[in-house]
Design a protein around this ligand. Structure first.
Ligand code: HEM
Ligand code: CA
Length: 251
């Protein structure tokens, strides 16, 4: 099956790029070096403006999201999600970020690369009932304050099952999860061959208890027996503007 690669439009629009197939996602988790605190306060204070300018410079090439993990994670303080029609443009942005004041004082802890695709299983043709359920439920909670990223890899036994068998298991996956669409926003990136994982799952929520229950419901389905990676790392952070993330880290 071939996913259409959308043409890069003149301008990147958040609402568009985040719903299209054929869009690359790069997740990069960073840990600040202890030396960051020794950078003169003036320079640290200027870091937010510097990153803001860099995002502005690349705004026709990449959609940049920045999240704060300091205080919630051990191995990272912040992470980027870059969405791009052209993976090389995401690389250029991340490369230039490494030469900013804060970028020079941070180490990469993890990088995950994936691409969005049309639905493989719960499509209108293959699973009309659940597909209708997917498109009818909408997020109705408060603006999500939390982000969660979970890489997932499945074993050879899964990939060797027939498409019909996999469809059946993905229907079992979808049935208990539909109820959570009201308080969890989800996005899926496919990574097989692009990274050492098969999927990058991305969620936004304001209800972490609901998310915990959602994960527990997925722990209980047969699909879970095929997981060889389900997290490691699970990354939990908070959602802010890029400027506010850098400002929080500059204090
Ligand atoms: C709001 C709750 C959720 C809903 C409604 C949901 C629904 C779905 C649907 C419909 C698919 C199939 C996509 C397709 O047809 O290609 C899917 C795939 C997937 N979901 Fe979920 N999901 C939810 C939460 C989760 C959570 C919490 C995880 C945990 C990490 C997860 C992991 C995955 C993975 C890895 C796939 C791809 C599986 C594969 O293609 O083999 N989902 N999900
Ligand atoms: Ca990687």
């Amino acid at each position: 099956q071939q996913a259409m690669q959308p043409m890069q439009p003149m301008k990147i629009e958040r609402g568009t790029i985040l719903t299209q197939p054929g869009v690359f996602g790069v997740f990069t988790m960073f840990k600040l070096r202890p030396d960051w605190n020794k950078v003169p306060a003036m320079e640290r204070k200027g870091a937010a403006e510097e990153v803001k300018k860099l995002i502005e410079k690349h705004k026709d090439n990449v959609l940049v999201d920045l999240y704060l993990t300091r205080g919630l994670e051990t191995n990272s303080d912040f992470f980027f999600r870059i969405n791009a029609y052209d993976l090389a443009k995401a690389q250029t942005f991340m490369r230039e970020f490494r030469s900013t004041t804060i970028g020079k004082n941070a180490d990469v802890f993890e990088t995950l690369v994936g691409v969005t695709k049309p639905l493989n299983y719960i499509s209108k043709d293959k699973s009309p009932g659940l597909n209708a359920g997917l498109s009818s439920a909408t997020y109705s909670g408060p603006a999500p304050r939390y982000v969660i990223v979970i890489p997932v890899k499945k074993n050879a036994e899964w990939w060797n099952m027939s498409p019909e068998e996999r469809l059946k298991e993905m229907e079992v996956h979808t049935t208990p999860t539909l109820a959570y669409l009201v308080n969890v926003k989800r996005k899926l990136y496919h990574s097989t061959g692009l990274d050492d994982t098969d999927f990058i799952t991305y969620f936004e929520t304001d209800d972490l208890t609901a998310f915990n229950n959602l994960m527990l419901s997925l722990a209980q389905v047969k699909e879970n027996k095929f997981h060889v990676r389900w997290g490691s790392p699970t990354t939990l952070g908070t959602i802010h503007s890029p400027e506010d993330v850098i400002k929080a880290l500059a204090d």
